[in-house]
Design a protein around this ligand. Structure first.
Ligand code: ARG
Length: 574
């Protein structure tokens, strides 16, 4: 849409401006107000070469191009800018056809042509046997949104859930399970509530080990047996894995999250030795206090590859895994959606890869995010200790959404389903609408404010479009025949045309917040269109009515698509 306009315009401008069309494309701006047209070209770049003042250059270019650019109705020279106003019907139909192509399944709204390059994206990646924390909610949702954005840019995508499924804690758990008869002890209901039982076992073991440190040693010993391939322990470990995966799948279903591959840290067990060997062969390994390390630049501590007792580390696995993601999975871009607290870890891992001579290390990105800060932690039930679990936050939100819906629209059918879509959507939107790198101030009143900058607000706007469309019984043609000339209509059309560009910059920055903020702008533009322009009025001439209805349809499709890209569902009613 706007990208098509820019491409057309830059091609034609290149016929009279001594700049390559690619550069003209880059220079074209989206004016803030519709008063300044649909696209603006700043001429300042040309002043030096032409030895003229920018306003004069703008005047001359206006004279040169006036009436000569396709679909451009008016060119104005304002200061150092050339402003282009396009034919309104042309723009309405450009939008309308893109929406029609999306509806017919030809090409999704705003999507780029398929590319050969592959993005491997690591997201969610919780630690087995533990409930997902609120941090994992961020890793899951930001990851799913970035994954969807990558697809919108035409990339081949492999979404990878890199489970934390290996480490001494599994020895401890397996020890506790077999010693304390986890399967038979009534404190641990492994048949009815296996995941809760597993976590209870985890909590109890840690409590007991505080008083009796010998337990830790027993746990380590059990882990050693697991590492050495003890079948009995391995069976217990596998059971823990299955129980956890079942629980995670339930949550992923609720969140609408999907992966192409679930491959935990344990997958790399048999690839670690060869990785250490490879690092060694490249002459990077140094012994330091009995450990094997790679020295990095001055601003980073060395990366430990092998501890003095021979054990490998989180970093060792990540190095092995990155090589596999590149060579095995054919990933050209490797993304890691993980909290900012692991910043040093990823800088070290990427640096080691670079030192190993992998030039693709520059395509590894830590998509980092900040933490949640709860304004009123009292409202959250923290089950044990101070950890806030994702499940509790989601349930609370669904419960609150249900109350609001009950008050606002008690006659609604499917209240349960809608409360789920709204409650979950509210949490996700709240998360994604703030710059991921910053901490999120979590405030229930804002998260579920149907009138504020929230998920329910965007969902509600789409629902309002749907209800207008339901009231109209006739057929709405794709092509509109009259221009929509009010400033609200023009602003809304222009806003909707920006969508492909928003997807592209959101992906380039790995920031779903750009898309979320944009959707809020669309809702505001729709709000003033709806307030100031009649849509279903009987006195309205038929062509204008159809053009306005089509605009409502386009808004609805775009909002629903935008929400879907963020991983949020759109209710039919609310
Ligand atoms: N399981 C880790 C955690 O919860 C996150 C793993 C992130 N991915 C990675 N390749 N290191 O902290």
């Amino acid at each position: 849409m706007i990208d098509i306009l820019k491409a057309q315009l830059s091609l034609e401008l290149a016929n009279g401006i001594q700049l390559p069309k690619e550069q003209i494309y880059q220079l074209l701006e989206n004016p803030k107000s519709i008063e300044h047209g649909h696209l603006a070209f700043p001429v300042f770049m040309l002043a030096k070469e032409l030895k003229k003042a920018p306003p004069l250059i703008a005047q001359e270019l206006k004279a040169k191009f006036d009436g000569k650019i396709s679909h451009v109705e008016q060119i104005t020279a304002v200061g150092g800018y050339l402003n282009f106003t396009f034919d309104l019907i042309y723009l309405q139909n450009l939008l309308s056809h893109a929406v029609a192509d999306s509806a017919s399944g030809k090409v999704r709204l705003g999507y780029q042509k398929p590319k050969a390059e592959r993005v491997v994206i690591d997201y969610s990646s919780p630690n087995v046997a533990k409930p997902m924390s609120i941090g994992h909610l961020r890793a899951t949702m930001i990851g799913q949104a970035v994954r969807n954005l990558a697809e919108s840019q035409g990339y081949q995508v492999t979404g990878l859930n890199y489970l934390g499924d290996w480490g001494v804690q599994f020895g401890k758990l397996a020890y506790a399970y077999s010693e304390w008869e986890g399967g038979k002890n009534k404190n641990y209901d492994f048949t009815q509530k296996p995941f809760e039982a597993l976590y209870q076992l985890y909590v109890d073991f840690h409590k007991a080990a505080e008083e009796n440190p010998e337990l830790d040693a027993k746990g380590s010993l059990t882990f050693k047996r697991l590492e050495e391939g003890d079948k009995e322990i391995e069976k217990i470990w596998k059971m823990f894995l299955d129980i956890s995966l079942n629980e995670y799948k339930r949550i992923y279903g609720l969140l609408n999250v999907n992966f192409d591959l679930i491959q935990g840290e344990s997958f790399y067990n048999d690839k670690l030795e060869s990785t250490v060997e490879l690092i060694n062969k490249k002459g990077l390994l140094t012994e330091s206090d009995g450990a094997q390390v790679v020295f990095l630049d001055d601003d980073m501590p060395p990366c430990i590859i092998k501890k003095s007792d021979g054990a490998s580390l989180y970093a060792t696995r990540d190095i092995a895994s990155a090589i596999h993601r590149h060579d095995g999975m054919k990933g050209d871009h490797l993304l890691y959606v993980v909290g900012v607290d692991q910043n040093l870890h990823f800088r070290q891992v990427f640096k080691v890869l670079e030192k190993m001579g992998y030039d693709w290390a520059k395509n590894c990105h830590h998509v980092a995010f900040g933490m949640y800060r709860f304004k009123d932690i009292g409202k959250m039930s923290t089950r044990k200790g101070n950890v806030i679990f994702m499940d509790d936050v989601l349930n609370k939100s669904i419960e609150l959404a249900e109350k609001i819906i009950e008050e606002k629209n008690p006659d609604l059918s499917d209240k349960k389903l809608i409360a789920q879509q709204v409650g979950v959507g509210a949490i996700v939107f709240n998360d994604l609408s703030s710059d991921r790198i910053k901490n999120v101030d979590f405030d229930w009143d804002r998260v579920l404010d149907f009138e504020g900058d929230s998920g329910p607000y965007v969902q509600y706007c789409a629902v309002r479009c749907k209800s207008i469309l339901r009231k109209f019984e006739g057929r709405i043609p794709v092509d509109t025949e009259v221009p929509l000339v009010s400033s609200e209509e023009k602003t809304l059309v222009k806003q909707l045309l920006l969508y492909p560009e928003i997807l592209s910059i959101s992906y380039k920055n790995f920031k779903p917040s750009f898309l979320a903020q944009y959707l809020l702008e669309v809702c505001k533009a729709f709000g003033s269109f709806y307030t100031h322009n009649k849509i279903l009025d009987d006195n309205l001439d038929e062509k204008t009515k159809l053009a306005r209805l089509r605009l409502v349809q386009c808004t609805e499709t775009l909002l629903t698509e935008g929400l879907r890209t963020l991983g949020i569902q759109s209710p039919q009613k609310m």
